[in-house]
Design a protein around this ligand. Sequence first.
Ligand SMILES: *Cc1c(COP(=O)(O)O)cnc(C)c1O
Length: 326
Amino acid sequence: MSIRRDPVPPSPGASEPRARDGRPGHEPARPLLPSPVRELREPAFERYGVRLLLKRDDLIHPDIPGNKWRKLAPVLDTADGRTVVTFGGAWSNHLRATAAAGRLLGFPTVGVVRGEELAGRPLNASLARCRADGMRLAFVSRARYRRKDDPAVRDELVAEAAGAGQAVRVVPEGGSDAAAVRACAVLGGELAALREDAPVAGVACGTGGTLAGLAAGLAPEQRAVGVAVLKGGFLGAEVAAHQRAAFGGQRGRWSVEDGFHHGGYARSSPELERFATAFEQRHGLPVERAYVAKLLHGLAALAADGRFRRGTAVAAVVTGPPFPRA
Ligand SMILES: *Cc1c(COP(=O)(O)O)cnc(C)c1O
């Protein structure tokens, strides 16, 4: 049993010069892996006899946090100086992580950004960070962006954004290709070390790639619960498709909860906001709103519904910090 109940260690790089300060040419801070686990005394769970463990993936790396580190690791190993081209919305954590990785490891990055109209406006904080990290941004209409998974459309977008004839490594939106999903099985393996305490692991789902990998790495007696942050009820099928692509078939026990999206991606509700604010105040821990708040709120609701055995713990994966950091 390897739960650390002592204070969470400072994030990697905190005591050394931050790479951002010394750009370019600084060594990236070494990732904090396996990520630490911390138990919280959280009344929203304790009331129902359930304990809450936080798997602090948000501490893995200061600039490439959470599941973005896990998913990008195979890309970083194989970019070979090629231009990495990827896709995302105006506040995409994945675009920021990719841009930071390019700066730290010395490969060019191009971001294809959803929303033509953004091209004529000042950049928001997230896109400004991407550009400061050297990412070239290409803004495309929502209609074209929607068709980016059609290979012909994708090739066109990549050629336009990166320049024709460039050697490119294309990474899908959210970073969830088969190699990334397999890399997330390592997260499941880390959670398998908690099997005696925590029969259930919870994670928020955007593309579902992290859940697909995590579930594959758990111990056989464990199961994974995904909380969908998007509306539409399609994430279960996506997770199954990710597992087929990465492993050739279904792996591990998992399910997706579709009732906790609070209106859809980046939407919220007064109830969610109250829950997240109270949680932050109780624990002094800033809670990322698009994913982590919905996960914690969803798991608390499931605990209230008697869906976790009394006396056991749920291990919730904190997949990333808020941006900008509090
Ligand atoms: C990207 C992201 C997710 C979603 O991960 P998927 O693998 O796409 O499901 C969850 N949490 C945070 C904080 C993220 O940045």
